[in-house]
Write a protein that binds this ligand. Structure first.
Ligand SMILES: Cc1cn([C@H]2C[C@H](O)[C@@H](COP(=O)(O)OP(=O)(O)OP(=O)(O)O)O2)c(=O)[nH]c1=O
Length: 209
């Protein structure tokens, strides 16, 4: 018998964040969700075809992360979990900048970003591990960086902060003082647009407020 009065998302009693990013973990924790949050990262393939646009890259990589993590869940967790994955890239002159390979790469990226505007894209994917229902979306934030001289860039890179971050900077850290202004969601730059995430969670029956 079909139980039409039952909400299709009532089984979702746990959120799984498919991420090893401490920033994403802290941002999700800051929401103070009433349901438990499990952190579980996977080794999703992060290579993408060269003709993909930035929105497609971040949405599909977020989806790969969420799907790969959903596939790792034990059956009892899968039955009650909404899995969230995200991906962030910096885009300058149409070129996608991910995390720096090494010190020289970080210095090169910041030398190109300084004194100019660039875009940060973060894709978010939600996967209901029980039903397989999926949603993907992204946000774009424009960031204008102050003009920076070579000495400042080297000192910043030597602080170690850039090495695990797309575009080689962390706006939530010391790079706060390197940024002139932004247009768009700040949390999108840090790696998880909370306002977008809240809208997506509500589609799955999970209320933030
Ligand atoms: C631009 C910018 C990026 N970042 C970070 C957010 C992401 O952690 C990282 C981009 O890399 P991602 O590949 O999106 O994420 P990740 O590998 O760190 O974590 P996950 O396990 O979720 O895949 O750059 C900042 O922390 N601050 C910033 O200002």
């Amino acid at each position: 018998m079909e139980r039409s009065s039952t909400k299709p998302t009532e089984h979702l009693r746990q959120l799984v964040l498919a991420s090893s990013s401490p920033r994403r973990r802290e941002l999700v924790a800051s929401l103070g969700l009433s349901l438990p949050v499990l952190i579980l990262s996977s080794d999703a393939d992060e290579s993408t075809p060269s003709d993909w646009t930035p929105p497609r890259i971040v949405e599909q990589l977020g989806l790969r992360k969420a799907r790969a993590t959903a596939a790792m869940l034990a059956p009892e967790d899968a039955a009650s979990s909404l899995v969230v994955g995200a991906d962030t890239v910096v885009v300058l002159d149409g070129e996608v900048l991910g995390k720096p390979r090494d010190r020289a790469d970080a210095i090169g990226m910041l030398s190109r970003l300084q004194g100019r505007a660039h875009a940060v894209y973060t894709g978010v994917a939600c996967v209901d591990a029980r039903t397989g229902r999926e949603r993907i979306a992204h946000r774009r934030t424009e960031v204008v960086m102050k003009p920076l001289d070579a000495g400042l860039i080297e000192r910043y890179v030597d602080s170690g902060e850039p090495m695990d971050k797309a575009g080689s900077y962390g706006i939530q850290g010391r790079a706060a003082v390197l940024v002139e202004r932004i247009d768009g969601d700040y949390f999108n730059v840090v790696g998880l647009p909370l306002s977008l995430l809240a809208d997506m969670l509500s589609e799955f029956g999970i209320r933030v407020i």
